[in-house]
Structure formats: C-alpha cells, structure tokens
Ligand binder design. Structure first.
Ligand SMILES: [Zn+2]
Length: 171
C-alpha cells in the first residue's frame, strides 16, 4: 500500500511539473514584441542611429530570464545596426523611452514637432509607441517638413526588420 501511494505521489508530481513547464513556455511565446519606424531631424539634418553605440547588444539565447531584468530597456531598443526601427518588448512604451535608452536628448529650448503616420501629434515624446507606426520628429528649424514626411519609414521596412528579429528569441 505504501508503495502505491509513493507511485501516485511521483506521478502527480511529474504531471504538475509538466503543466508548469508547458504553461511557462506558452506564456513566453505570447510575450510582447512589436516594431515601429522613426526618424529624427535636428535643424533640418536627419540624425543617424545605426551606429553601434545606439544598439542593444544581447546574445541570441534561449535563456530569457538572464536578460529580462531590465524593464526599461525592454520597452524600446534598437538591434542589428537598424537605426530606424525600434523593438518594443514591454507594455506602456512611449517614444521618450527609446531616446532615454539610447541616451539621445533633445534641446529643450528648441521647438519639438512630432508626426505619427504623417499626422501631427502633441508632445510626441509622451506618445505611446504603437505597432508599425512611423514617426518623424523635428527639433529646431525644419523647413522641409513635407518632404521629410514623404520619406518616412515604410511599413515594408518595419516588417522586414520584424521578420529578421523573429529568428532570435531575445530580439
Ligand atoms: Zn524585434
């Protein structure tokens, strides 16, 4: 009788463990991960963010836990030397989160204009980053707003960066 109880407990334990592992895997697959395009002009000059110094360098690994502790970085970061598409992997990301994370600041004494998908919005830095939005930010004097907006990041470009990063679970 004792034996049977022991077997029962073991089977139950293995079953519970299986459920926990399966649920965790499933939850990990459903985690937030989307992309949006952006461009910044300072006094009419387009800023370049493809430099390595703006990139979030993470090894491509299955072990997520080690790298998920920094919630602020998860909100908005750049990868793979793509300086015009932001990766969002946490809730509540705003555009200011991107610039905080890449250590890029705007001159607060100069006017700041923000456009989302070609439409002007108020206080762009507090605007949420939404999937596949294309944002253009102008700081200071910018005579060619219309031309710049026409050259904003396309949905195709955002999607292609997204596809590339799907191959790596931690992107
Ligand atoms: Zn990504």
């Amino acid at each position: 009788m004792k034996h049977k109880v022991l077997i029962f407990i073991t089977v139950l334990f293995v079953f519970v463990l299986g459920v926990v592992v399966y649920t965790k895997k499933f939850a990990a697959k459903k985690k937030i991960h989307y992309h949006a395009g952006f461009q910044v002009y300072k006094d009419g000059k387009k800023q370049e963010f493809s430099n390595i110094k703006y990139m979030n360098i993470q090894p491509c690994t299955e072990n997520e836990k080690e790298y998920r502790e920094d919630e602020q970085i998860e909100k908005a970061h750049l990868h793979d030397l793509d300086g015009d598409v932001v990766h969002v992997e946490a809730e509540g990301a705003k555009w200011k989160d991107l610039f905080t994370n890449i250590h890029f600041s705007f001159d607060s004494s100069k006017p700041l204009l923000g456009y989302v998908n070609g439409k002007k919005v108020d206080s762009i830095l507090n605007y949420p980053i939404r999937a596949e939005d294309s944002v253009v930010i102008f700081s200071g004097k910018n005579p060619n707003v219309e031309t710049a907006l026409k050259g904003r990041i396309t949905k195709k470009r955002i999607e292609s960066v997204g596809r590339k990063s799907e191959s790596c679970a931690t992107d």
